[in-house]
Design a protein around this ligand. Sequence first.
Ligand SMILES: [Zn+2]
Ligand SMILES: [Zn+2]
Length: 297
Amino acid sequence: MVKITFLGTSDSVPSSERNPTSILLTYKGENILMDCGEGTQRQIRKAKLNPCKITRILITHWHGDHVLGIPGLLQTLALSGYNKTLFIYGPKGTKQFMRNLFNTFVFREKSKIKIEEVNGKFLETDDFYIEAKKMTHGIPCNAYIFVKKGRIRIDKKKLSQTKLPSGPFLRRLKEGKNVTYKGKKYLAKNLTFREDDKKISFVFDTSLNNVIIPFVKNSDLLISEATFSSDLGEKAKKHKHLTAKQAAGIAKKSKAKKLILTHISQRYDKNLKKILDDAKRVFKNSFLINDLDILEI
Ligand SMILES: [Zn+2]
Ligand SMILES: [Zn+2]
């Protein structure tokens, strides 16, 4: 299962209810922090997570509400004896911004950090891959997709009709290899099936553009900013953000299974329904997320 912990769900100004943007994605020993707004460290503690377990930080862009928590987090990691290499990925300019950051603060200790400016597929393991795509937000800004690769699984019903014992035979079938047991040959393709990939898309901070839909196509989970309601469409356009209705339009046209709305302005703290209704009118399977909510997929 991929676990997604929403550490911060506000737009640029934090409210009493919401911290600025940060999401932690946990899967197979990886703890990938997506953006790190101010206050993320305390949210990590409130979620009872250990910051030293973070393996990578993905930065969407360098507006303060997405990165102000980075210097504090790096200081904590260094002081806590973080002994791995921390990988930091971001859009063009990220290396310079990180240099500026190290020139601004006096860090007593430093961890080993590797910084990459990314576009396209930049990380792939046996279990997942991550891709970045340039968005339109006035400054370099990336959206990301995380794809958990589907595995070959044993069809238990079909297996029960055979006399194959568990253990090495099943392992070989899962590798796509045929096996012979007591003189009888069993074909992998008859006893296994391929589980679907699971795709999680992260779109925060962008105006509507025509690269989003192909990039997030067929997401199991589309996590999108929804800074404005549709009556403030002009404002959204001016500040290069999405309205909830536009986010829902993207979900619908890209055939997402589920839409999660985040990056919520404090102007809706007392009227969240306005944002949610806006989205639901276009895409029924829309949900508003709150700080410290957890989703598993
Ligand atoms: Zn933002
Ligand atoms: Zn922004």
